[in-house]
Design a protein around this ligand. Structure first.
Ligand code: S3P
Length: 442
């Protein structure tokens, strides 16, 4: 049965490393596949979303093999979970896929691949599961068409499946209507195929993993505030990349430790890229006890250990539109923290959450209310009044990995026992989530 029963916990204690970063893993597979020569990706996330990207590039003719647990030549790295060796084909070495490419649940796979395929002169079709087929794709289709790609999609070019006939692309200057790293990255990837400089201007800075990774593969980007520029026509060369732990996965346990009294956990090797760690600033503002130390730089990304203790009184805060991109994926678990903060926490300017793997505003409002939380829903966010006792009941995940994990942390602080339906969705980003949770719980 696709469900779990979780009872109230007394404490969260111990040390662990979270699974490798999902966003960075996708990008490492993409750039390695588009490079000439061999790349080694150490500590790659082997979870459903990244497997969708790996399978897509295999379908496009790239030779990808998995090797387990070899020591890195980079000194002082922990033994990685998993390694991938990719013999890249170069920008123009992909072959026309024989079938439709299934991106599963992964918006990152579909949007970033759209950028790549726009510059490849063959025919390809991208589809996904029921959730992905409802997610907006016009946001990538519009700029990629402006660059010259021939793209059509279902529902008047709004939703997957997407059919692409790549063309010789021209550079564009494009202002993103929404802060989206997926759209920015799709245009940057297409920009590799254009003659000249492609320029993207963001309304608020979104995660910058693509920009950070590109130089390691030999291409150029220039960053000037909210403007990113990429030079096209440069051949990529294979390299070695190390993937840090996923801050978004660590976030569930950071908040678990804060909310469960007598907790004290250490999370090792977590990516702390500032475009991802808005939650840390928000939690500190709420009064949380979080220590970040042992900071180092691995493959262009800052990485650290995080120690977090429970038992601190949290106070409510306001999260504004400008703060949302740096904590976009942490919204579900932040909602759980807000139920335990004194006062009313308000999160606004977060309408993007309505078009994630589920409508995350509605999913969290509905499920936390079932446990007794006081929540008001707005079109662009919600407000949660703490600090009320959560009570165990039956809740569901909407097949959304982050809702399943957030609700399982709510279950650890709820009175009695909570049943969570639809837990296999955690395999999208965090296989082993429930094992770690069990190990930390007393
Ligand atoms: C991602 C970007 C974000 C994020 C998603 C992963 C990425 O989506 O929510 O989980 O890897 O670029 P948007 O670009 O749609 O904001």
């Amino acid at each position: 049965m696709d469900r779990i029963e979780i009872s109230k916990a007394g404490s969260f204690k111990g040390k662990f490393s979270p699974t490798p970063d999902k966003s960075i893993s996708h990008r490492a597979v993409i750039f390695s596949s588009l490079s000439k020569g061999k790349s080694i990706i150490r500590n790659l996330l082997i979870a459903e979303d990244v497997i969708s990207t790996i399978n897509a590039f295999r379908a496009l003719g790239v030779d990808i093999s998995e090797v387990r647990s070899q020591r890195s030549e980079i000194p002082d790295l922990p033994t990685p979970n998993s390694e991938l060796i990719i013999n890249g084909k170069g920008l123009y070495g992909l072959k026309e896929p024989f079938d439709v490419i299934d991106c599963g649940n992964s918006g990152t796979t579909m949007r970033l691949l759209s950028g790549v395929l726009s510059g490849n002169s063959f025919f390809s079709v991208l589809t996904g599961d029921e959730s992905l087929r409802k997610r907006p794709m016009g946001r990538v289709i519009t700029p990629l068409r402006q660059m010259g790609a021939d793209i059509v999609a279902r529902g008047e070019d709004k939703y997957p499946p997407i059919a692409i006939k790549g063309k010789k692309l021209k550079p564009i200057k494009y202002t993103l209507p929404v802060a989206s790293a997926q759209v920015k990255s799709a245009i940057l990837l297409a920009g590799l195929y254009a003659d000249g400089d492609t320029e993207i201007i963001e309304p608020v800075k979104s995660r910058d993993h693509t920009e950070r990774m590109i130089p390691a593969f030999g291409a150029e980007t220039k960053i000037d505030g909210l403007c990113v520029r990429i030079r096209g026509g440069i051949e990529l060369k294979g390299t070695e990349v190390y993937i840090p732990g996923d801050f978004s996965s660590a976030a569930f346990f950071i908040i678990g430790a804060l909310l469960i009294k007598n907790s004290d956990i250490t999370i090792e090797g977590v990516g702390i890229n500032p475009t991802r760690t808005g939650l840390i600033n928000t939690l500190k503002e709420m009064g949380a006890d979080i220590e970040i130390y042992n900071i180092k730089n691995l493959s262009g990304e800052p990485v650290a250990d995080i120690r977090c203790k429970g038992g601190v009184e949290l106070k409510a805060i306001n999260v504004t539109k400008e703060q949302v991109p740096a904590l976009i994926d942490e919204f579900p678990i932040l909602c759980v923290a807000a139920t335990q903060a004194t006062g009313t926490t308000t999160i606004r300017g977060a309408e993007e959450l309505r078009v994630k793997e589920s409508d995350r505003i509605k999913s969290m409002a509905t499920e936390l209310r079932k446990m007794g939380a006081e929540i008001e829903e707005f079109e662009d966010g919600l407000s949660i009044t703490g600090k009320g006792r959560l009570k165990g009941t039956v809740v569901e995940s909407y097949k959304d990995h982050r809702i399943a994990m957030a609700m399982s942390i709510a279950a650890l602080i709820g009175e009695g026992t909570t049943t969570i339906d639809g837990i296999s969705s955690v395999n999208i980003s965090f296989p082993g989530f429930f094992d770690i949770s069990k190990r930390l719980t007393a």
